[in-house]
Design a protein around this ligand. Structure first.
Ligand SMILES: NC(=O)c1ccc[n+]([C@@H]2O[C@H](COP(=O)([O-])OP(=O)(O)OC[C@H]3O[C@@H](n4cnc5c(N)ncnc54)[C@H](O)[C@@H]3O)[C@@H](O)[C@H]2O)c1
Ligand SMILES: C[N+](C)(C)CC=O
Length: 489
């Protein structure tokens, strides 16, 4: 098995230490690849390559149209290799190949979206108080960007960072999650094929506390863009203060899904399932916190449980599978503990609440889709992100109470509201303190719409025009065409 290498200054290289890591298929624990395991020293080399490339200025001075052309080419190559990429993503994460194919379409779409808008902002002339002068505002790249991604949507989260950084003329060093690096390695091959110049995009593989820590603290890095857990985000924020790096943090969520009695019942049940059991709940915006009007609560839970018990678990490569395994044994143990703690807090396990017993699932990191009822907002199981196939159900009796519950969280990533009453829906979304709110919908994202969190779910936005601006500095230029002495001194 060839070792997956790092990409530094246009060269595919092993880790300086020659350390490697086994990449495991979470469905059966088979080793699917061996990857280089870089550390601080590899990260330093990559940062130097990115710094030198940025300071040479060739990429930032390449026209935005040309950078857009190269990024379009990356999208073309992702579409060409979609099936291979989808299969690698499923081997690495356990998600179904159908889900991975959807991810690959989204990813190509993100590269295309940013390629399209790359050359649409040539700056702005603004009014100047100085006679005979020109005052203009232009956007410039931030510089060297450190980019750190998680394991749940490995290539999708990478694309949200790579595409805007490249089209705006930055250079970068990316560190994917050490347990799911494979599709990111492949896309760096495609970026090389598309003609991204040497040193502009660098890839270091390895652990967060070595490679990630170096990216966060190294003073040659101007911006750090991180997607991952809240505790890691806080550590990165502290580390990044060393040279006041620009910071973009996409952190966790505990996302309320509020269902009023007047909602379309069957659609709300169906979407509540999708909101939490897709990708086994390992989604930052999963609707893990169901908040249902009391008058329909029992009927809603019954309908939910009936359908949850029919969810088919299995290999992501089996077309019949609806839900794959969790990412790792370590993560499975966290989900087990999360539910056990909930039981101690007094929740009722309406279904699930344990590992499956089928012999064919024993080698994988599976957990049964789980519905917990009798949940209240003061419980840890309601407040903490479990990041597994577990939904907690709370009740409310008034619109005011529903909104109070929905906002009772340190997180503010996303939420949904289900009702046929348009005025009520609008009143609710105006109160919901979240970066994305869906009305009669859940978990939809696309390249044009900004994504990010209120409160402790993060800082900054990815996607949309806002996602581009994270990678830009704003410069005001005043050009006096008729300079005069002031004779003040
Ligand atoms: N808001 C979003 O858009 C979004 C999207 C996907 C995932 N997430 C969040 O990600 C979390 C799950 O991902 P995870 O378990 O991989 O998160 P994590 O925080 O454990 O790891 C994320 C990345 O950070 C690296 N890292 C770990 N310690 C580090 C350190 N000290 N310095 C620098 N880097 C370090 C890891 O190696 C990995 O690459 C969940 O909380 C989920 O909600 C958020
Ligand atoms: C941002 N999203 C929804 C694609 C993945 C979150 O984990």
């Amino acid at each position: 098995m060839d070792t997956k290498k790092q990409f530094i200054n246009g060269e595919w290289v092993l880790a300086l230490s020659e350390q490697t890591r086994e990449i495991i298929n979470p469905f059966n624990q088979e080793v699917v690849a061996i990857a280089a395991e870089g550390n601080e020293e590899d990260a330093k080399l990559a940062i130097k390559a990115a710094r030198d490339a940025f300071d040479r200025g060739e990429w930032s001075q390449t026209s935005a149209t040309e950078r857009g052309r190269i990024v379009h080419k990356i999208a073309d190559l992702i579409e060409r290799d979609k099936e291979e990429l989808a299969e690698i993503e499923s081997l690495d994460t356990g998600k179904t190949v159908e889900e991975s194919r959807g991810d690959m379409d989204d990813i190509a779409g993100v590269f295309r979206y940013y390629a399209e808008i790359a050359d649409k902002d040539g700056g702005e002339i603004i009014d100047s108080p100085i006679p005979n002068s020109i005052s203009k505002v232009v956007k410039e790249p931030v510089g060297v960007c450190g980019q750190i991604t998680p394991w749940n949507y490995p290539l999708l989260q990478a694309s949200w960072k790579l595409a805007p950084a490249l089209v705006t003329g930055n250079t970068l060093v990316m560190k994917p999650s050490e347990i799911t690096p494979l599709t990111t390695v492949k896309v760096f091959e495609l970026m090389e094929e598309a003609g991204v110049p040497n040193g502009v995009a660098n890839l270091v593989l390895g652990a967060g506390n070595s490679v990630g820590q170096e990216l966060s603290t190294n003073t040659d890095v101007d911006l750090i863009s991180f997607t991952g857990g809240i505790q890691t985000g806080k550590r990165i924020m502290q580390a990044a203060s060393v040279n006041v790096k620009k910071l973009a943090l996409e952190l966790g969520g505990k996302n309320p899904n509020v269902v009023f009695a007047d909602a379309d019942f069957d659609t709300a049940v169906d979407q509540a399932l999708n909101a939490v059991f897709f990708h086994a709940g390992q989604i930052c915006s999963a609707g893990t916190r169901l908040i249902v009007e009391e008058s329909i609560h029992d009927e809603f839970v019954d309908a939910l449980v009936k359908r949850v018990e029919n969810i088919r678990l299995g290999s992501g490569f089996d077309e019949k599978t609806q839900m794959g395994p969790l990412i790792s044994e370590e993560h499975l143990n966290k989900v087990v503990q999360y539910v056990e703690d909930g039981k101690k807090e007094g929740v009722t396990v309406a279904t699930g609440g344990r590992r499956p017993e089928s012999p064919e699932l024993q080698d994988g990191f599976f957990y049964l889709p789980t519905v917990l009822t009798n949940c209240t907002t003061d419980m840890d199981v309601v407040q903490n992100e479990g990041f597994g196939p577990v939904i907690t159900v709370e009740k409310f009796t008034s619109e005011e109470e529903a909104m109070k519950l929905a906002n009772d969280s340190i997180y503010g990533l996303a939420g949904g509201v289900w009702t046929k009453d348009i005025a009520k829906a609008e009143r609710c979304v105006a109160k919901m303190r979240m970066g994305t709110v869906w009305i009669n919908e859940f978990n939809v994202y696309f390249p044009h719409a900004p994504w990010g969190g209120f409160k402790q779910s993060g800082i900054g936005r990815e996607l949309g025009k806002s996602g581009l601006e994270e990678y830009q500095e704003t410069k005001h230029i005043l050009h006096n065409l008729d300079p005069q002495a002031l004779n003040w001194f």
